[in-house]
Design a protein around this ligand. Structure first.
Ligand code: GLU
Length: 294
């Protein structure tokens, strides 16, 4: 058994207990509003989805705090709550959302081939991706960091990696951190890639790798569930603005998503505080200004 998912399930159970005390719903979320008589211009994605009364959302299933599959199959986390806010504004309740596990490398593909209506999955907005899909947002600004075993004193930031060429660094295929870390490595042989981050966390725990690198908030989730086994080191060394991926050129849907988040800032804060905000030291973000849709 992959111990991280097992431990994650235990952590979710513990979290569910504490969340009940903060007035959130009992599945670890924030209960966003579902608009009753949402009306939209004919022909728009919003009209189509609200008429259908359901939608499919791509998210992560292995990332504590952002998208982690719980005991009842539905994922939990900040990305999941952000998706619920957007669905709710189209009159779609969480029971009518189908969650599709979407590892980093297939995000553009599942949008392009119509498997999902949108992707909310710690998804950094960048130009290369924006050639293939449209991004709404940003809705959060993360940054890349390193995670090591707590007793590792040799690696204190990315500048220590080339000086320790035997240290293996784990990340995920198709992620921005897996590309950005290369400039800090003695050679590409130092890099180990999996499809999802909990495999990197397992490999760190087993001693197969020495470092895991991705966004600070993803790593903070793994640190928080590791019972002191893992720690974050150094400073954040990139900027990772998270966007919501939708079909290329669907400007009306993009503008609707941005407006919905602007109009639901209390729900946004509650979404954070009931999920990623539970991690020790997490600071509640302010919703960033949206970028123009294209
Ligand atoms: N935000 C980065 C990315 O979009 C890393 C996290 C992830 O792989 O989901 O590639």
């Amino acid at each position: 058994m992959r111990f991280t998912r097992f431990k994650a399930a235990a952590a979710v159970m513990a979290l569910a207990g504490s969340l009940a005390a903060c007035g959130s719903d009992d599945d670890g979320g924030s209960d966003p509003e579902v608009v009753e008589d949402a009306e939209f211009e004919a022909g728009t994605t919003m009209a189509e989805l609200s008429e259908q009364g359901s939608m499919t959302v791509g998210t992560k299933f292995d990332q504590p705090g952002f998208g982690l599959q719980g005991l009842d199959d539905a994922p939990e986390g900040f990305d999941v709550e952000v998706a619920k806010i957007i669905a709710g504004a189209m009159g779609i309740s969480e029971d009518n959302i189908t969650w599709e596990e979407t590892p980093s490398d297939i995000r553009e593909q599942v949008i392009e081939d119509g498997t999902v209506d949108m992707v909310v999955a710690t998804y950094t907005i960048n130009e290369e991706r924006a050639q293939r899909i449209t991004f709404a947002g940003p809705y959060y600004n993360a940054g890349q960091m390193l995670m090591v075993l707590s007793d590792n004193d040799a690696i204190n930031g990315p500048d220590d990696l080339a000086a320790n060429p035997d240290a293996k660094v784990c990340s995920v295929t198709g992620s921005t951190p897996s590309e950005q870390i290369k400039e800090y490595l003695a050679s590409d042989d130092q890099l180990v890639l999996f499809d999802v981050y909990d495999k990197c966390a397992d490999a760190l725990s087993n001693g197969q790798v020495d470092v895991v690198t991705t966004d600070n908030v993803i790593l903070a989730g793994f640190v928080s569930e590791s019972d002191g086994e893992f720690k974050l080191v150094g400073e954040q060394f990139t900027e990772e603005p998270y966007g919501i991926g939708i079909e290329k050129g669907d400007v009306a849907f993009c503008e609707f998503i941005n407006q919905t988040l602007q109009d639901n800032q209390d729900a946004y804060v509650e979404a954070w505080e009931s999920t990623a905000g539970q991690v020790e030291g997490a600071e509640t973000p302010e919703l960033p200004e949206p970028a123009p849709c294209s």
